[in-house]
Design a protein around this ligand. Sequence first.
Ligand code: SF4
Length: 360
Amino acid sequence: MKIAIIDADMIGRSKHRFPNLVCMKLSGFYKDKGYDVLLKTDYENISEYDQVFISKVFTDTLIDESILKFPNVKHGGTGFFYDKAASLPNDIEHHMPDYHLYDEWVKSQLDNGSKKNDFKYYMDYSIGFMTRGCFRKCEFCVNKNYNKVSRHSPLEEFYDPTRKKICLLDDNVFGYKNWKDIFEELQSTGKPFQFKQGMDERILTDEKCEVLFKSKYDGDYIFAFDNIADSEIIEKKLKMIRQYTEKAIKFYVLCGFDRDNNWDNKFWQQDIFDMMERIKILQQYHCVPYIMRFNRYLESPYQGIYKTVAAWCNQPSFFKKKSLREFGIESEKYSKTRNKYITDFEKKYPEFGEYMDMKW
Ligand code: SF4
């Protein structure tokens, strides 16, 4: 039986560089059954295969929908169904991922001159979920239908000792009551590990900080500061974090999402100020914001400001050296509009000037 697996995000997003865990689990499961499985990197000749699986994580990845009507095609994932995406059957969900599914594609990218580091998640990491779910039910989040954090997999289910590092996709590991067991299991491997989806800073305790910041952690510690209403608790925990580490810490900063569902000019204006105020707080604790734009930001009359601020923050080499004003002026060399967006906004709302000049 010939099975083709399609990672739609890999095809539809030229800069996408993260393997699709569902694709790797499907591949592992069907290869174990003795089937002929390959990673298909286009949508041609679909009917030549007995079964084609298409998985998509991002809702804005484009795909020719007519392909989904082929009788031999099954599709799934949050990119198609968002929070209504069906789970994999249990025996596939808990199967060891096939970490070699992408080998040929990665080799072809490297042969074409791509940088090895861009493919590190395909080559160096064991990837999986030890817990799943979250208790917070944020309206914008794909996890909003969960009620709590539950244990999902033992580490050995997806851990390949030949790989250098471990990447966890857990949604809110510190929200799990036995979080310490998770860290003990990870530490017992001696491998560096990371929680890629960000951790919940608001529920840190001294004990959690002690364990986390003593761990052999891989890359940046990442948390989230999604709501200006959380400023007090975020700052309180930042003070706690700073008793344990001096490292720069990254925070996802969601913007462009109206919790009151008005989406009017008043919201869009306030959202710019709320974003900047969160950046200011994070700067004070030597943290680096990463601007995450909710897709409706494109409806904002100030969408250019989101773009300029994201270009500034999301490239830490700029953010750590330049104020927003300096970044805007420098941007004029290659963009006619970036600086204009922020300077026009400052003319309209002079109180924005405070945020133009703050520095890391
Ligand atoms: S805390 Fe994070 S994972 Fe949990 S619902 Fe909110 S955004 Fe999603």
